[in-house]
Write a protein that binds this ligand. Structure first.
Ligand code: ADP
Length: 250
């Protein structure tokens, strides 16, 4: 569904934020990009949603260069969930979720039904939450509304940039578990960016490890753990191994 072919992005100062990225994301796959801060994860997401343009290389969406799609239509194909939640504080829950369906000119009855369905999906009771203002929600509830809003326009692709990293650990784990269940229900293609290896292994069908603007290795959790390609990947996985040895030891 998505193919990066030798994609690079260079800043004016000559610094490459990402270099020669080549990977593909299959339909209905949850692909995770992980790596230390500054390794180029956000740049990769920005390239995909056309906030910035590749200096070299091509990105294909359904076999067509993303440059050749109408910008607005293309953006509406994509749902976003980001760290800073970014709900509109002056709109209530229902209004926040309705934004894209309204842009897509669905009728009012359709939109109302969709909002109720989505709130159920993210485990918020529609009767209780539809009319709430954003300030009356906890961080976790706001992020649930964020996920509902991202799904509202029936996008085919969901981009998640550190979606849970601003949440406390208990809420984060709860939302990760719910996203995993949701992921199997909705059959969407998801690109998730995180620096949390537990999250990557828990949610990702495949994981791409980035380092200094390059994709070092792509694989499933087991492929990576069994076959780290180099010292950097081995080091990166070390934390995870240590924690899980401790867990298994209990
Ligand atoms: P990540 O999301 O993995 O933390 P980014 O994609 O945000 O990484 O950044 C990739 C690299 O690009 C970093 O090394 C960062 O310092 C560099 N970078 C970001 N913005 C600029 C800029 N305006 N000019 C030059 N380099 C930049």
């Amino acid at each position: 569904m998505i193919q990066f072919q030798d994609v690079s992005f260079k800043y004016k100062n000559g610094k490459y934020a990402v270099q020669d990225l080549s990977f593909s994301i299959q339909k209905n796959e949850c692909f995770v990009l992980i790596g230390p801060s500054g390794c180029g994860k956000t740049t990769t997401i920005k390239l995909l949603n056309r906030l910035i343009q590749a200096t070299d290389g091509v990105i294909l969406y359904d076999d067509k260069n993303i440059k050749n799609y109408d910008q607005h239509k293309f953006r509406r194909e994509i749902g976003y969930v980001i760290q800073q939640i970014a709900l509109f504080p002056h709109l209530n829950v229902e209004e926040n979720i309705s934004i894209v369906p309204e842009l897509k000119k669905w009728n009012k009855t359709q939109i109302k039904a969709r909002v109720a369905e989505l709130l159920e999906l993210v485990k918020l009771n529609p009767l209780e939450f539809s009319k709430r203002s954003i300030s009356e929600l906890s961080g976790g509830q706001q992020q649930r509304v964020g996920v509902a809003r991202a799904l509202a326009g029936e996008p085919n692709l969901i981009l998640m940039d550190e979606p849970f990293s601003a949440l406390d650990p208990v809420t984060r784990i709860e939302l990760q578990k719910d996203l995993k269940v949701l992921k199997n229900k909705i059959n969407k293609t998801i690109l998730l960016v995180t620096h949390d290896l537990d999250e990557a292994f828990f949610l990702g069908d495949r994981i791409g490890i980035m380092h200094e603007g390059e994709l070092v290795q792509i694989g499933t959790k087991n492929e990576l753990l069994n076959n780290p390609i180099n010292q950097f990947v081995e080091q990166f996985l070390q934390n995870y191994r240590e924690k899980n040895v401790v867990k298994e030891g209990i």
